[in-house]
Design a protein around this ligand. Structure first.
Ligand code: MTE
Length: 316
């Protein structure tokens, strides 16, 4: 691909140099989640404006952590959302180009009531709950975030899954105009995630539309995302446009991209090392010292039973 010199600004040169240095470092150190470097025009950057609208009628939900939430500023500016770039500050700098209204979610597959459901209808009549959940990223950092949403299982049951529905597949919007990071083949787009049906129906699984009492900022997955607190953050897919009930286990994006490193289950497991680093400890964003990582991210009491009899080293 050719680079036209007129497209190269001082900033993009600086950014590209930074990306080159990072990829070179990644190649040497063997870092995961490392992007491919392409020679193309810098995508349009559109910063996100301040915190979103306050949500009314939010009630405290179950399972909340009593830990101190991560400051809003960190949770909304240190993000993974590769559709807007691979640096942690790319999503907050660029995700302003995502149009979140109107928004609909296609319900497909093994259900009695498929259809294209406007977000308002998905939420209508449902109580918004605030649940303070930990999010633990595979890169060994974590945050504590007061999410606002509805239980995923309740939302899914309304579409009447058939007895053949064994898994649920979630897909993010694909639109390189709005999501300029999709112009680079860092991942096979669109981003896809999956859960086993019993995981999806588990009362801890949340469909989030807000955080810190406000509408989700674009960089955190507006207008609707998953939060599965006992799994690594990559399962918590953002900006969902399709939910498909399937008979077969879906192939999730990270598993497709690096199957030896990222499995389907992705349960937080301090005893199973990532092929290139230990998972035993984590750094809470804002903390200086690392802390031990808890099995199932501290939610073992609620979810360990889902995996009874499974070899969680083989099914990671
Ligand atoms: N969803 C989409 N569509 N694209 C992504 O790149 N990154 C995942 C997950 N959901 C990602 C995504 C990863 S790796 C993490 S750790 C969490 O989002 C981060 O969520 P946060 O930015 O709200 O903290």
């Amino acid at each position: 691909m050719n680079c036209r010199s007129s497209e190269i600004t001082a900033e993009s040169l600086y950014l590209r140099r930074r990306e080159f240095l990072r990829s070179a470092a990644a190649a040497t150190a063997g870092l995961a989640l490392a992007p491919a470097v392409g020679c193309e025009a810098e995508p349009q950057a559109k910063p996100v404006s301040g915190p979103g609208k306050e949500l009314a009628d939010v009630v405290p939900g179950p399972f909340s952590s009593d830990e101190q939430p991560t400051p809003w500023k960190k949770a909304s500016s240190y993000n993974n959302f590769y559709e807007f770039g691979t640096d942690k500050d790319d999503p907050s700098r660029r995700a302003g180009s995502l149009r979140t209204e109107p928004w609909s979610v296609a319900i497909e597959g093994e259900v009695s009531k498929p259809g294209l459901v406007p977000l308002e209808d998905l939420l209508r009549g449902r109580v918004l709950e605030e649940r303070i959940y930990r999010l633990r990223c595979v890169e060994a950092w974590s945050m504590v975030i007061p999410w606002v949403g509805i239980p995923l299982g309740e939302a899914l049951r309304a579409f009447e899954p058939t007895s053949q529905a064994k898994f649920v597949e979630f897909t993010t919007l694909y639109d390189p105009e709005q999501m300029p990071g999709q112009r680079r083949r860092v991942l096979a787009w669109p981003y896809v995630e999956g859960l086993r049906i019993d995981e999806a129906m588990h009362p801890l699984s949340l469909l989030a539309v807000g955080m810190y009492g406000r509408v989700l900022p674009n960089q955190n997955g507006a207008p609707i995302r998953l939060v599965v607190p006992w799994k690594y953050g990559f399962k918590s897919i953002k900006s969902i446009v399709r939910i498909r009930f399937t008979r077969e286990q879906p192939i999730n994006s990270w598993n497709r991209s690096a199957p030896q490193e990222y499995g389907f289950y992705a349960n937080v497991n301090p005893e199973v090392d990532h092929p290139r680093w230990s998972q035993a400890r984590e750094r809470r964003i804002g903390d200086f010292r690392k802390r031990p990582t808890l099995p199932f991210n501290g939610y073992a009491e609620q979810v360990a039973g889902l995996y009874r009899g499974m070899d969680l080293r083989a099914q990671f």
